[in-house]
Design a protein around this ligand. Structure first.
Ligand code: ARG
Length: 572
């Protein structure tokens, strides 16, 4: 029920009649009427007539009577379109009784793999993983809601040479003590201590090297220690996901190691296809289109000169598995922009090998960095990377304090609940409301503010509407007649019927800041409506109609925030 599309469909035949060829009517929201069509302007030269003459003729052929109350030619030759109140009201009515709020299910449901979060075992999650986790989870929620089969893939970094030293470090103080340390979530000190020993202690280094060999050789005792590391880390990551309200579960861990058995076949197949070339002892693919600064083709190293496999080989195996075995046709990789070239090369090589053939496609859903207030990469006071949990705890503490201050009537438990939802919501929303291709500055004041494009603003807008109903002891009747007369009422109606279009677009481009921007506009439009149009004090049918507008706004806000992974509250 996209109004722009509806008007376009009505105008297109009229334009075609006048021009003798198909023409895009170029319909958009207008500051002068509700919508305008600019199609006549581009046609003028082609037809050798003035745009106004063309627009006038188009008007004679257009069938708009049931949709528009006023249609007129204006300015140099625009068509100004005013949507009829009852047509708009009809759309709002349809929306009110639609549990999907005007958002269509996917026409062709697909199997979509969303590769996201992907922290590294025995290492702290950092803020880059925060972005991946938040954006990826929004993508998974959205696509699932649209009816796709979504497979969440948490491509944990759980394999490779560092595990020799990590396992030796685990053995040193005795397993029990080390496991305890790990389960406390102190992954960073564990990793750093192992690293420090590795760098200074030759005997430890030698043991670590032997461990890697044992690990790769499948030595049972070594594997058991490795599993302990992985399990402790996974347990810790799950607590972070719980705190973050992220839908990843223990079933979604598909670490790099899970592709180990597929690496051999991948290399064999690439070889059979004639795609492998040797370069400095390593087996490489040279994907077309990837060249270095000097213009020379860049190698994707599939098997290292020592016979080991690395990150690219695992990702190739993952593509092959995801399309071939899981039957996915859309592969999303929610990973920072610095890895862009890696993914371009992997996709190109996979395409060459026939593992990524249409309709299957892969998209790198890249993102920039989170910056501190100084405009540089976010760093802890000690200069290290910022611990994600610390950041989340700070958000909750700040939001809880604000919640108490803003509403002294909240009980202790309720203030804690509000603080958690608002704090976590603010962190996620700050991320999702900025263009993911760019860096953004972490600014506590701004993201926790009750006004502006923030989670608290939208959560508050939602709870305010809910309190209207609660205080009056009312519920909206979705089938009540809708009447729209006031400009503020019509403006709100236009926003509400626009939800489906925004959601459809975001499902394609995964630019969640457009959804955030939409929700913010909706909230602001609602505010104006609520200021100008009495609801509870209105009479009979007007009151019923306005209650539906209130209720619909709340439902759209709630669903939109749900997609972004943000909780709504009945009271704040
Ligand atoms: N573990 C990697 C990192 O921390 C991210 C993995 C992304 N996913 C993938 N399929 N390569 O940078």
């Amino acid at each position: 029920m996209d109004l722009e599309q509806l008007l376009t469909d009505r105008l297109a035949p009229a334009f075609a009649t006048v021009a003798g060829t198909p023409v895009d009517p170029v319909v958009r929201r207008s500051p002068r009427a509700d919508f305008q069509s600019d199609g006549a302007l581009a046609l003028a030269r082609q037809l050798g007539r003035t745009p106004r003459t063309i627009a006038t003729e188009v008007l004679q052929h257009a069938d708009l009577a049931d949709l528009c109350s006023v249609v007129e030619v204006s300015g140099p030759g625009f068509l100004n379109l005013t949507v009829a109140d009852d047509a708009l009201a009809g759309m709002v009515s349809a929306l009110a009784t639609d549990p999907r709020l005007g958002v269509a299910m996917a026409a062709t449901p697909e199997t979509v793999v969303v590769d996201y979060s992907a922290p590294n075992v025995a290492k702290e999650m950092h803020v880059g993983h925060l972005r991946s986790t938040v954006i990826g989870d929004a993508a998974a929620r959205l696509l699932e809601w649209l009816g796709h089969r979504v497979l969440r893939a948490n491509h944990l970094g759980d394999w490779g040479t560092p595990f020799g030293m990590l396992i030796e470090h685990l053995v040193d103080p005795g397993e029990v003590k080390a496991a305890q340390e790990l389960s406390m979530g102190d992954l960073d000190s564990f990793y750093k201590a192992a690293r420090a020993k590795f760098d200074t202690d030759e005997a430890f280094r030698e043991r670590s090297r032997r461990r890697v060999v044992a690990l790769q050789g499948g030595d049972e005792a070594t594997l058991r220690l490795w599993r302990l590391l992985v399990e402790q880390s996974e347990r810790y990551f799950l607590t972070v996901y719980g705190l973050l309200d992220v839908t990843l579960t223990e079933r979604d861990f598909h670490g790099e190691s899970s592709y180990n058995d597929l690496l051999g076949p991948v290399v064999e197949e690439l070889d059979r296809l004639g795609l492998l070339r040797e370069s400095e002892g390593a087996a490489c693919v040279f994907p077309p289109g990837s060249v270095g600064r000097d213009g020379a083709p860049l190698p994707l190293i599939v098997r290292k000169s020592d016979g080991g496999y690395g990150y690219p080989a695992t990702d190739l195996a993952a593509v092959r598995h995801r399309t071939g075995t899981l039957g996915a046709t859309r592969l999303l990789y929610v990973v920072g922009l610095p890895q862009r070239q890696h993914f371009e090369m992997v996709y190109a090589a996979a395409a060459q090998a026939g593992w990524l053939a249409p309709p299957a496609r892969a998209e790198h859903v890249g993102f920039g960095s989170i910056l501190g207030s100084d405009g540089r990469m976010l760093r802890s006071r000690a200069g290290g990377s910022v611990k994600l949990v610390g950041l989340l705890e700070e958000a909750i503490t700040r939001a809880t304090a604000l919640a108490r201050e803003r509403n002294p009537e909240l009980g202790e438990a309720e203030a804690a609940e509000v603080g958690r939802s608002v704090g976590i919501g603010a962190v996620k929303y700050a991320d999702l409301s900025s263009d993911r291709h760019r860096d953004y500055v972490l600014d506590w004041e701004r993201m926790l503010a009750l006004d502006g494009n923030t989670a608290p603003y939208l959560q508050y807008a939602y709870s305010r509407i809910r309190s209207i109903f609660r205080r009056a002891g009312l519920t909206a009747r979705p089938d009540a007649g809708i009447s729209l007369t006031e400009p503020a009422e019509r403006a709100l109606a236009f926003e509400l019927v626009g939800f489906g279009k925004v959601v459809g677009e975001v499902a394609e481009n995964l630019e969640f800041h457009h959804l955030a921007g939409y929700l913010y506009r909706l909230g602001a439009t609602f505010s104006t409506f609520y200021e100008r149009c009495p609801v509870l004090r209105a009479d009979g049918p007007v009151r019923e109609s306005r209650l539906v507008l209130c209720d619909l706004t709340a439902r759209v806000l709630r669903q939109g925030l749900y997609v972004l992974g943000i909780r709504t509250l009945e009271r704040m």
